[in-house]
Design a protein around this ligand. Structure first.
Ligand code: DGL
Length: 265
């Protein structure tokens, strides 16, 4: 089973930041990625819609014999993790992005932590609830930052437009006096440097993709499922192919990858 692929899914191609971090940490693993570009963005969808899409995609990944399924999308991890576990009833191990990040924040033990994410993630309140459960001393301040995803997808990660939008969100009263900031969205690692500069290095900005990759590694090791040698090529599927998605893969994966359309719907 160790030779089987790690399935990774996201609402679109932003989850390639997570896939890239996993590949960097585990170069001998085969990756099978699914981006639900037909339904992007999940951040503005209802929890029920996200759950329905997540079940269908997980079925597809299971049909391809994935040994583990990583829910790279924070919005899907926030609202669909439990239903996926229940629905597939131990047929495969699911890794969500919330749990390892909650543990990372709790061990850092900041007095006040800011959480920025999509509307779906913030409305679920899962990060704040779980962080408080793990360490009741930590005060959580959550803020939905919906303009950041389209901004990054359109290539505005640096420059005046992006800095104005970032300044607008980080300047909100909610985030005053935070000691750490959790980037709870697949896309935000691309603007991490701008955020670090905004705070002049005085706020710990958590690199979520590295933490998630380490979690995948440790879960595979525990299950004795680590691959020693990759035998099949990585594959990247999307539910709706466009040239613009294909071009943007390099933004999130470091280099361009070839996307295949898979009509799940
Ligand atoms: N992948 C989503 C997340 O991490 C961001 C993009 C979207 O809204 O679909 O929450």
């Amino acid at each position: 089973m160790s030779k089987q692929a790690i399935g990774i899914f996201d609402s679109g191609i932003g989850g390639l930041t997570v896939a890239h971090a996993i590949k960097k940490e585990l170069p001998e693993e085969q990756i099978l990625y699914f981006g639900d570009t037909a339904h992007l963005p999940y951040g503005d969808k209802s929890a029920d819609a996200i759950r329905y899409y997540s079940i269908r995609i997980s079925k597809f990944l299971l049909e391809h014999d994935c040994k583990m399924i990583v829910i790279a999308c924070h919005s899907a991890s926030s609202v669909a993790y439990q239903i996926l576990k229940d629905f597939f009833d131990n047929r495969v191990e699911f890794v969500n992005v919330v749990d390892p990040l909650v543990r990372a924040v709790a061990s850092l033990a900041p007095r006040k932590v800011g959480i920025i994410a999509t509307r779906a993630t913030i409305e679920s309140d899962i990060y704040a609830l779980e962080i408080r459960k793990a360490n009741p001393q930590i005060e959580c301040k959550s803020l939905a930052t919906p303009l950041l995803v389209p901004m990054i997808e359109e290539g505005f990660s640096t420059g005046k437009i992006s800095n104005d939008i970032i300044d607008h969100y980080l300047g909100q009263e909610t985030l005053t006096d935070i000691e750490a900031l959790l980037l709870a969205c697949t896309h935000y690692p691309l603007i991490r440097n701008n955020i670090v500069s905004y705070y002049q290095h005085n706020v710990e900005v958590l690199d979520s993709t590295k933490i998630i990759a380490m979690e995948v590694k440790s879960r595979l090791a525990t299950a004795k499922l680590l691959s020693k040698k990759q035998e099949k090529e990585d594959q990247f599927f999307v539910s709706n192919y466009t040239k613009s998605f294909a071009d943007t893969t390099s933004l999130f994966y470091g280099h361009k990858v070839s996307l295949k359309q898979e009509n799940l719907w």
